[in-house]
Design a binder for this molecule. Structure first.
Ligand SMILES: C[S@@+](CC[C@H](N)C(=O)[O-])C[C@H]1O[C@@H](n2cnc3c(N)ncnc32)[C@H](O)[C@@H]1O
Length: 243
């Protein structure tokens, strides 16, 4: 079987697979009005860490969706073990299986970039209630990123676009969002130091599940690319409101 980056993430069991990690998620969510009465969609939920946090700490109703079978398996195990009220769905965020106007929040953590961005943002907009909010943590390309580097990244991630912060903003606008704020911008360089620290911690505790040398190779290639391009990449936290 030929694995891609998404498979490598899923089969290695890396949690918090988004820039900023779980600590950034908690910091952002603390400033939002999410409570018992809120309905939240975790779009591209991965291993379900954020979904579990939302249900356990903020007591809201959570729907978690991902298209990767292995991610769904890990998320389901987590949610069942903790007996949390999270509905997990194996599905595509480009075509959300929900009616219009049903969520107070959509949280997307480094998942939108792996999809047809304009389709997915329109879907977030459609399923949000009026005044609903999307929070999306995404990688951005900086001006210094050369065309050939962008092409390599797109090929590695198997994505069509690697937008700049401005292009992300335009995409939210085009999807119908009216108030678009950027809550935080960071460099990937800082991110890398934190991530490498976490990986070696997991390695020491032998908690990384490595199933295939091909997966090791993909994760190694990813780290190598990030090191080389760290100064030309960043990530932003977008907060957009459906009016
Ligand atoms: C980088 S991981 C982030 C996972 C999780 N949000 C986190 O922060 O740990 C990207 C996730 O998006 C999911 N994904 C990618 N494209 C998707 C799509 N079209 N529909 C649903 N999920 C998708 C992948 O399966 C993967 O779990």
């Amino acid at each position: 079987m030929m694995y891609d980056y998404q498979d490598a993430l899923a089969y290695s069991g890396v949690e918090e697979a988004h820039p900023g990690g779980h600590s950034l998620t908690k910091k952002i969510l603390k400033n939002e009005r999410i409570n018992l009465g809120s309905t939240v969609l975790d779009a591209g939920c991965g291993t379900g860490l954020t979904s579990a946090y939302l249900a356990r700490k903020l007591k809201c109703k959570v729907y978690a969706i991902d298209k990767h079978q292995q991610m769904i398996k890990i998320a389901t195990t987590r949610i069942k073990k903790d007996k949390l009220p999270v509905k997990i769905i194996n599905g595509n965020i480009e075509k959300l299986p929900f009616p219009d106007d049903c969520f107070d929040y959509v949280i997307a953590e480094s998942s939108t970039i792996f999809t047809d961005i304009s389709k997915t943002l329109k879907e977030y907009h459609r399923v949000l209630k009026p005044s609903g909010v999307v929070i999306d943590i995404e990688m951005i390309s900086k001006e210094s990123l050369q065309r050939e580097d962008k092409t390599s990244l797109q090929q590695f991630y198997n994505i069509k676009k690697f937008p700049s912060e401005v292009e992300w903003g335009q995409a939210f606008k085009k999807a119908g969002f009216k108030k678009i704020d950027i809550l935080q911008v960071n460099s990937i360089l800082q991110e890398l130091e934190d991530y490498n620290g976490k990986l070696s911690e997991l390695n020491e505790r032998k908690e990384l599940q490595r199933t295939d040398p091909q997966i090791e190779e993909i994760l190694f290639e990813h780290s190598r690319m990030m090191m080389n391009l760290a100064e030309k990449l960043g990530y932003s936290v977008f907060r957009a409101v459906k009016m």
